[in-house]
Every structure is written in structure tokens, then in C-alpha cells.
Design a protein. Structure first.
Length: 328
């Protein structure tokens, strides 16, 4: 590594970090655990090492001039972080394969400071339009106004995880329908493979926008090469952190009515104990190498929380949890 360094989902990775991980490593079977315990991230160690090999081939001067920051969404999609497909659908993401590879930037990206104006092309500035409340307390208050019982159960789970050392973020609660449409648009456009497909996708998105009566004056096609539209859509998807979206979700998301939250809960400790609103208690041992230390990628924890907190976890949509309580 030398003086090379980069950030993964905001966490610094440098020579010192890798040396600390190496000291934790004891045998081949425990390759993932040192990464996940030291970095607090759901790293797929094998794919990370393939990525690191590519990184070492990048010109050193270029890396030193440009701060390399990789979003959690791009890391999941490229296989460096564990993806829901790995855990729930037996379709492991492999670094360097598939439809959404990770490209190591060689130029510094501009910081997104101003929201997009009406009529401008798709890109990361659209993430600053139709925003949700900026603080967690305000997001929870917006949820409470719509669904107080669900909010209390969310607060209980989050409080317990944080008390045991997990890093928890409530990223989204009640969402503007226009923002939901942009989430979906960025997702489908980021996967376009040809100019023809781009034009077809553009036409379909324009039709949906008109059909749903949404005032979102965004252009889905850039005036430059068609690949520029795809790149800009990927940048927007990374800003949103979206790894999965459907047309049905864009039209009728449970976020719109205060019946869903997006929760990120990583860096889980080796043992987690939870007490549900119904009084049931459960201890989870997460020490084994295969455990991801990530709530959204822990099937046994998800099953228990669904049953005892009356939540429903959308497996394909990494952070999404919805209210599944029966009417009382």
C-alpha cells in the first residue's frame, strides 16, 4: 500500500488498517471476520483483495491527488461488500463480473452542493431535490405523525442495537413520491447497456411520469454520448444508495404513507441480545466467520425481528423494513 489510502463507505483504509487486519487473521477459515470486526463493514474479503490488486495498479500520483471515496451502494453492487443476492438468493456478486462493475475513479469528482434546477439532466444534483428531513429526529417525527406505533417499535430496535455497539442509521422514513420516482429512474438507467435501450427507457420513464402526474422536470438523456446518461444515473443511484428498485415500488412505496423505514445497522458485536415489544428475548451469536455483522444481511435475526417486532424485511431491497402489524 505504501502511502495509498481510500475510503469505503466513509471508513479510511490505509496501510495501518490493513496491518491491523492482518494481525487479527489467524487461519484461512477466518478471512472475513478480521475485515468485518476492524472496519465495521460487511466486506467480502476475497473480492476486496481482487479490488486491492487493481487499486495497486493505478498510478500512485493520481491516487494521491484525488481522494478516492467509494459509496456503500457501489461496493455492494460490485461484490466488495456482501450483497442481498449473496445471502438470500444464492447469486453471489463477484468483483469484476456482472452488469455493474466498480470503476476506480482517476479524476476528482465535484462536490454536489446545489440542487438540480428544473429541466436539467439526470445526475447527483437531483438527490438534493425533494429531500427528506435532514436529521434522524425529524425523520422519526415525520414517521410518528403518520404511524406512531410503528415508530415506537423502530425506536426500540435501534436503541437496543446502538446500546450494544452497532452503528445504526435511519436513512429514510416518510418519502416524497417524486423522490421515489427519481430513485427508480436512477436505478433502471444505471443498468442500460446500449443507446437503443437508453431511448426505450427514456420513453418509458416519461410515460410513467405523465401517467402518475408527477412534477419532476428532469431530462433522462444527456446531450453528449449515451454513456454519459448512464454514468450520471449511476452517480445519482450512488448518492441515493439504491441497490434495488421496481416500478411497483416507485408507484406505491410503503414509504409514502409512513409504513416503512430504511435502516442501516452495521458493525454488530459478536453477541447481540434483543428484547421484543411482546416481551420475548433472544441472544444471537455472530462470531463465526460467515456472519456479516450487518442486520440487513443476517437471516436468523431478520426472521426473529419480523415475527416479534411485527416488521417485514424486503430481502432484495437492502435497507428496507416495513410495518407488518395486524390491525388492533
Amino acid at each position: 500500500m505504501g502511502v495509498r489510502q481510500f475510503h469505503m463507505a466513509g471508513v479510511l483504509v490505509d496501510k495501518k488498517a490493513l496491518e491491523n487486519i492482518r494481525r487479527r487473521f489467524s487461519n484461512k477459515e477466518a478471512l472475513n471476520r478480521p475485515f468485518r470486526e476492524h472496519l465495521g463493514l460487511p466486506v467480502d474479503a476475497t473480492d476486496f483483495l481482487y479490488f486491492l490488486d487493481d487499486l495497486l495498479a493505478v498510478d500512485l500520483v493520481t491516487l494521491l491527488k484525488n481522494r478516492l471515496e467509494l459509496s456503500a451502494a457501489s461496493l455492494r453492487n460490485s461484490g466488495i461488500f456482501v450483497h442481498p443476492d449473496d445471502v438470500f438468493f444464492d447469486k453471489p456478486r463477484k468483483y469484476g463480473e456482472g452488469h455493474n462493475p466498480l470503476f476506480i475513479p482517476t479524476r476528482l469528482k465535484k462536490v454536489v452542493e446545489k440542487p438540480a434546477v428544473d429541466g436539467s439532466a439526470i445526475g447527483p444534483r437531483w438527490a438534493l431535490r425533494f429531500q427528506q428531513p435532514k436529521t434522524e429526529s425529524k425523520r422519526l417525527w415525520a414517521l410518528y405523525r403518520e404511524n406512531p406505533d410503528f415508530t415506537q417499535r423502530v425506536r426500540s430496535l435501534v436503541k437496543q442495537l446502538r446500546k450494544q455497539g452497532a452503528f445504526v442509521t435511519i436513512e429514510s422514513t416518510v418519502r416524497d413520491r417524486r423522490r421515489g420516482f427519481l430513485l427508480y429512474a436512477s436505478f433502471v438507467l444505471s443498468r442500460v447497456k446500449s443507446e437503443k435501450e437508453l431511448r426505450e427507457t427514456n420513453q418509458r420513464l416519461n410515460q410513467l411520469r405523465e401517467l402518475w402526474g408527477l412534477n419532476v422536470d428532469v431530462r433522462f438523456m444527456h446531450q453528449a454520448h449515451w454513456r454519459e446518461s448512464v454514468r450520471a444515473a449511476k452517480d445519482l443511484a450512488d448518492h441515493f444508495g439504491v441497490t434495488y428498485a421496481t416500478v411497483g415500488g416507485a408507484k406505491n412505496s410503503s414509504h409514502y404513507e409512513g409504513k416503512a423505514v430504511d435502516i442501516y445497522a452495521i458493525a454488530l458485536p459478536r453477541v447481540v441480545t434483543l428484547v421484543a415489544p411482546n416481551g420475548k428475548k433472544r441472544r444471537f451469536d455472530l462470531y463465526d466467520d460467515h456472519h456479516n455483522r450487518d442486520l440487513n444481511l443476517s437471516p436468523k435475526m431478520i426472521d426473529w425481528i419480523e415475527e416479534n417486532f411485527e416488521f417485514r424485511k424486503l430481502r432484495k431491497d437492502y435497507p428496507h423494513w416495513s410495518d407488518n402489524a395486524r390491525p388492533r
